[in-house]
Design a protein around this ligand. Sequence first.
Ligand SMILES: Cc1cc2nc3c(=O)[nH]c(=O)nc-3n(C[C@H](O)[C@H](O)[C@H](O)COP(=O)(O)OP(=O)(O)OC[C@H]3O[C@@H](n4cnc5c(N)ncnc54)[C@H](O)[C@@H]3O)c2cc1C
Length: 390
Amino acid sequence: MDFDLTAEEQRFEEEVEAFLRENWSADVMDPQPEQLSQTVDSPAKRAFVAKLAERGWLGMSWPREYGGQERSGIYDFILTEALSRYGAPQPGKGVGIVGKTLIRHGSEAMKRAFLPRIIRGEIEFAIGYSEPNAGSDAANMQLRATRVDGGWRLDGQKSWTTSAHFADYYWLGARTDRSHKHKGITLFLIPMQQPGLTVRPIHTIGDERTNEVFFDGVFAPDDTVVGQVNHGWTYICEALDLERFAMMPVGPLEMKTRALVDHVRRGQRDGLPLARDPGCRRRLAKVVTELEVSRMLQRRVIAAALRNDVPTVESSQYKLFMNETGQRLANTALDLMGPEGTLRPGTEGAPLNGRFERSYRYTIVDTIGGGASEIQKNIIAARGLGLPRS
Ligand SMILES: Cc1cc2nc3c(=O)[nH]c(=O)nc-3n(C[C@H](O)[C@H](O)[C@H](O)COP(=O)(O)OP(=O)(O)OC[C@H]3O[C@@H](n4cnc5c(N)ncnc54)[C@H](O)[C@@H]3O)c2cc1C
């Protein structure tokens, strides 16, 4: 099976890499990238995303009538991976989740209002599905939408809404019919500044901020409903399938593995070269092999998506294995570095400036966000192996 990029795809990858080298900036990029450290949360990062847009790299796979180029999703994949290796901001939410869903289901007015601004990289979105009692079971969302004159009144709470403190718009699911679980959810797209919304921070163990958001009589006019009332769950599931090419990249794991290998090549312990230590060599061999398995699992997802299959089981296998490899890598690094490995970034004497102390904390969060490891295992058992639900 040939997983290599074609000559044209390789040229695109080189072009993106050259652009990233030329535009490298500590204000915009994380020199020690983690999955969660690549949000568009500052004016400098927005300006960077606008540069990607000027190059025509946003919405490459969108239809031409909406400003896209109808290119294969593999180009979105190449872009996402390159950005992730440089710790650069990821514009995926607007282009992928919101943009592609609006193209399929949005009203003409919504398409006119949002698609040109998304493809120019001008607006940022927060995604609100999770609630205190609706995380793994997101379809249990209870944020109440009550019919009022000209629209809906929203009351209740969302939790874990990343980006809510800087986004321009809120893409959220709310319950419009209490008599059906999955068929009682409607998607809304409202301004983040709408009166009645309160955003409070949740600081994660991985340093990054997410939020809880409270709704107190927030008015959502009829024209903020995406598609049809009570069809929201279908659109939410579909958006997951549309996003295979810009899903969790493997780039940060590659960069961390490379950094650890370099450290072992150059480092010493008790006056002896780490590279000669048999235990150290064994553990390093294991982590580079696990990186390679992660890359292959990801290529299987991409290959299936290119065939227009829905690689649900493959995606779960990739997310489960890649995220847990990230945790094992951080564990290995801290073991090899000894007590200094636990020094935080910025502390004098911290090996690799505390990179793996930070990574140890970030990679715990990776195994929860976007569907916890236990949920991925349930999907593999039920859909992959056909086992009954436990
Ligand atoms: C940093 C971060 C950012 C996030 N950003 C967003 C965002 O922008 N928008 C958004 O909508 N959501 C976001 N989330 C929410 C994320 O999707 C949920 O945290 C995740 O789905 C888990 O839900 P929960 O936290 O409610 O945990 P729960 O669902 O309560 O799970 C708790 C534990 O029980 C286990 N568990 C639950 N059900 C089962 C089961 N059936 N079988 C076996 N084990 C089970 C889980 O695996 C987990 O270990 C974010 C989360 C984090 C941590």
